[in-house]
Design a protein around this ligand. Structure first.
Ligand SMILES: [Zn+2]
Length: 79
């Protein structure tokens, strides 16, 4: 049996930039995506790539565009 509280603390120390959102511990990520942006108004004719930013929970691995899209519960400790 693991102590959940302790594990969260360890993760927070490991990832000082991580932010706690409910049960989740999210990192603000951005990734270079080759190709044109999926949103037409953010595209331009000669675009070869764009930077997509998203949030990733380091406990359950869920990835969302906005922190409010995170599921209510974090599945991180159930595996
Ligand atoms: Zn989570």
């Amino acid at each position: 049996m693991q102590n959940t509280g302790r594990r969260v603390e360890t993760l927070s120390n490991q990832y000082p930039d991580a932010e706690r959102v409910g049960d989740h511990i999210v990192l603000d990520k951005s990734e270079w995506c080759p190709g044109k942006h999926p949103e037409p108004h953010l595209r331009d004719e000669h675009q070869v790539g764009y930077v997509e930013s998203y949030y990733r929970c380091i406990r359950c691995g869920v990835e969302v565009m906005r922190t409010r899209d995170l599921p209510d519960e974090c599945e991180g400790d159930k595996q």
